[in-house]
Design a protein around this ligand. Sequence first.
Ligand SMILES: Nc1ncnc2c1ncn2[C@@H]1O[C@H](COP(=O)(O)OP(=O)(O)OP(=O)(O)O)[C@@H](O)[C@H]1O
Ligand SMILES: [Mg+2]
Length: 365
Amino acid sequence: MKNPFSFSGIVEDPAFCDREKEQTDLTRLIENSQNILLYSHRRFGKTSLINRIFKDFKGVVTIYIDLYGTTSIEDFITELFKGISSVESKMDKLVKLIREKINSLTVNFSIDIYTGAPVAIPVFAPVDKRPAIDEIFALLESLSQNKKLAVAFDEFQEISKYGEAAFEKHLRKSIQRHNNISYVFAGSQKHLLAEMFANSNRAFYKLATSYPLKKINTEDYVAWIIRLYRKDKRKISKRYIENVVSRCENHPMYVQEFFFNLWDVPNISIEDIDRVESNILKNREAEFINIWESLTLNQRKALKLIAATGGKNIYSANNLSRLGFRSASQISKALELLLKKELVSRNDLYSIQDVLFKRWIEKIS
Ligand SMILES: Nc1ncnc2c1ncn2[C@@H]1O[C@H](COP(=O)(O)OP(=O)(O)OP(=O)(O)O)[C@@H](O)[C@H]1O
Ligand SMILES: [Mg+2]
């Protein structure tokens, strides 16, 4: 059997593990036309989850829009048209739909070279984009008249970087009127998203139900991985799966990367898992060195302290002097910047976001 694990891009069956509860919760919210803010740290599986839910959604028309890499309202509109194009697989129908509803922009049509599907491509003149946005959202509304619609904006935080303050307000106006559309706003840059949706001065304040995506439970990984090995007429001990999952602190992409590398090993031992871990760390070393060298001395010390203590009692006099901090304010300033860089996160305790980066820091400490 081909290696079923994959640690890049969207994963689908058989590389998709569980998330039953998330699928049920989100499906119910979408069917009730609720707006959702789906967020997590990087590579937890937001896009894969949206893809899984949207793929065979019965009774709801789904539109997926990827805002990654967009830097302007023009890019945003272009991606919107791309998303809307996915609703019609026949060129003549797509042309008719767009021509009927969009007057403020010229729209060309083409065939996507990868999928063979028709795509609408807007042509921009240096004019006010607002009418076009209104028309596109009116088009979405008209699509939702006969059938419920779900529209996902992935990497939604990007819009806050366009440098157009009025744009969010403008979007809100359309979005809040749509009763038969569920908007899913997904992203990973927590501070930007939190600022957009939780700050009462911002346009998207309380516009969506928050749905933080958690890591996957150990039992679910165990059941999924045993099933994949069984399909290949092989056995794997639960103990080894638990060992890997715990090294990865349940992070979906790292669990996949470990098992991708372990798949061809006939009888897994702890030494094999150690070897895979050290190879993965080696592959990431250049990247980690880059990050490390971009940090100040105090930020490095703060990371070492979190790695050594698991985030517990980092302000204790003992711990501060252990790493040569002269005052608590020195470390709190360093932590604040590490939080901003999203290298560190804070729930009850501070923790290093990337578990492999943490292991690398442990190794160099
Ligand atoms: N349900 C899942 N089961 C197993 N592995 C998963 C699952 N979801 C995600 N992964 C792993 O995580 C990786 C990243 O998934 P995905 O791109 O969906 O995450 P994301 O949260 O959208 O990431 P980003 O923050 O980069 O947008 C996948 O390539 C896969 O290795
Ligand atoms: Mg994603």
